[in-house]
Design a protein around this ligand. Structure first.
Ligand SMILES: NC(=O)c1ccc[n+]([C@@H]2O[C@H](COP(=O)([O-])OP(=O)(O)OC[C@H]3O[C@@H](n4cnc5c(N)ncnc54)[C@H](OP(=O)(O)O)[C@@H]3O)[C@@H](O)[C@H]2O)c1
Length: 225
């Protein structure tokens, strides 16, 4: 069934069709998303708006369309695919990182609102996963211009990101975490997914802001990076 999260009509039609075919909606997985990279100065407002339109407003649009059904049923679970980038910042991905921080805050907040109606909210925080994410990544033209003052540093980070994604965990690991969450009687609010995710989220928790910044900078300046 076609569903474009940036298109209100497409969302409403799809949810209406599911509702009339199945009579109920038990699980919503908000997975649609892509990465917009680049140093902030090199990214246009339109590119940033489009990034939020899919990763944040799209998630809100589908959630709003599903909520009346789940509320009437007094049950349901909403799974929002965040990222370790919703818990920590990496350089040259500020548009993407800010969408995932938004998803984290939104999810944590609506978990309170929806609890009285028997609706659960879960955040999944994957690390590097081998999907089509790297080929779907949007890099603004200005950020790919070697005249950009950010070009050299950004290229280094981009190279590292691509190699992390290519060596990432298989997506079925994330699917298994989602399945475990939606079949649990009392799911957690947050789950990490993928081989590197728990380690990095734990590091972010343990280290102070300057310590974590040093950890990331050292990691990025490794020769293999
Ligand atoms: N891969 C990673 O390392 C990683 C890590 C952390 C979090 N994530 C998150 O995981 C989620 C899935 O990404 P992925 O890694 O599986 O990347 P992907 O292979 O590029 O898949 C992205 C998915 O989002 C869908 N999508 C994009 N825009 C959409 C729209 N407007 N309406 C409906 N569907 C749309 C795509 O559908 P079409 O193919 O039909 O366009 C595709 O199924 C994203 O939210 C991403 O931020 C990925």
């Amino acid at each position: 069934m076609k569903l474009d999260v940036t298109d209100e009509k497409s969302v409403n039609d799809a949810i209406k069709n599911i509702r009339s075919d199945a009579g109920r909606i038990d699980v919503l997985v908000n997975n649609a998303g892509y990465g917009l990279g680049g140093a902030l100065e090199d990214v246009s407002m339109n590119e940033i708006r489009a990034q939020f339109e899919t990763n944040v407003f799209g998630l809100i649009r589908v959630t709003q369309a599903v909520l009346p059904t789940m509320r009437e049923q007094k049950s349901g679970i909403i799974v929002n695919i965040s990222s370790i980038g919703g818990k920590m910042a990496l350089p040259y991905f500020s548009p993407y990182i800010s969408t995932k921080f938004a998803v984290e805050g939104l999810s944590e907040s609506i978990a309170y609102d929806l609890e009285p109606f028997g609706i659960k909210v879960v955040l999944i925080e994957p690390g590097a996963i081998k999907t089509n994410f790297d080929s779907g990544m949007v890099m603004p033209a200005k950020s790919l211009d070697s005249g950009s003052p950010y070009f050299k540093n950004m290229q280094q980070v981009l190279g590292l990101m691509n190699s992390m994604l290519q060596n990432g965990s298989l997506p079925d690991k994330v699917a298994k975490v989602v399945l475990d969450a939606v079949t649990s009687q009392s799911p957690n609010l947050r789950y990490t997914a993928g081989d590197d995710a728990a380690f990095l989220v734990q590091k972010r928790k343990e280290l102070s802001d300057p310590e974590f910044k040093k950890f990331v900078s050292e990691f990025l300046s490794k020769p293999s990076a």
